[in-house]
Write a protein that binds this ligand. Structure first.
Ligand code: GLP
Length: 242
């Protein structure tokens, strides 16, 4: 793993945004996979800034988000789709038909997961996958468990994950859906390159377990150790346990 440590969360975000802009310059038809959460917000702001400055062109790129809540429509204020519109999509020049998203309100959620896998394949696979990490070691919504699903699937959310996501639902944990759809570990590990971003002391322990611990379904992010090309973008606080 290629570990990069920056002094502040802002520097981490700026470096990651430049990394994405470089990848777009090298391959304008880049297929990106994108995370939600508080961590990538600064990176998305920086990507919007780079785009406005003419330094990041998304016109031919395709994006797939890692996950989405089940049981709410894309237009719901708490959905990851709404989050992405607000923090990234509205400020860049992605082509609408090349924004791919899981639909948590699809009538048949298993069929929706299969549709997503087929769409990733039809796009030629994911070139660059950005991921955050849950404090419990989850990646996407692959929660710690005795077994992990390989492909895009339905998942029951851990209580801690629902608490972490409550800010998207006005702080009301009971309003956070109990289920979500997520790319599976195999879907994630098939990406050409993976960049994990983590900032803040709260992530130090799970980053250490993901990077140095045994590969375990109880720390889904530890599966990244099996991939040839993983970069970690960390601030000092998130790197303290390494
Ligand atoms: C959610 C997302 C994850 C993300 C995690 C971390 O649970 N599904 O993909 O990595 O949040 O969020 P934060 O960056 O807010 O700590």
């Amino acid at each position: 793993m290629d570990i990069r440590v920056f002094d502040t969360p802002e520097e981490t975000a700026a470096a990651l945004a430049r990394r994405v802009a470089r990848a777009l310059a090298d391959k304008p038809s880049l297929v990106l996979a994108l995370p939600t959460g508080r961590t990538p917000v600064a990176t998305y702001a920086e990507l919007r800034r780079l785009h406005a400055a003419g330094e990041a062109d998304f016109a031919r790129a395709t994006t797939f988000n890692l996950d989405e809540f089940a049981g709410i429509p894309p237009s719901h204020p708490g959905s990851f789709r709404t989050f992405m519109e607000r923090h990234l999509f509205q400020g860049i020049n992605l082509t609408l038909s090349r924004i791919q998203f899981l639909d948590g309100a699809a009538p048949d959620l298993d069929a929706e997961c299969e549709r997503y896998e087929a769409a990733i394949e039809a796009a030629g696979g994911i070139d660059l996958l950005l991921a955050g990490i849950g404090a419990n070691g989850h990646i996407g919504f692959n929660e710690p468990a005795d077994a992990l699903a390989a492909r895009t699937h339905r998942v029951r959310l851990a209580d801690s994950t629902r608490r972490d996501n409550a800010p998207l639902f006005g702080g009301d944990v009971s309003a956070v859906p109990g289920e979500a759809l997520s790319m599976g570990m195999r879907t994630i590990l098939e990406a050409g390159a993976i960049v994990l971003i983590a900032t803040g002391a709260r992530k130090a322990r799970c980053v250490e377990r993901a990077v140095r611990g045994p590969v375990s379904t109880h720390v889904p992010a530890s599966f990244l150790q099996l991939h040839r090309h993983v970069e970690l973008y960390l601030d000092r606080a998130a790197a303290t346990a390494l």
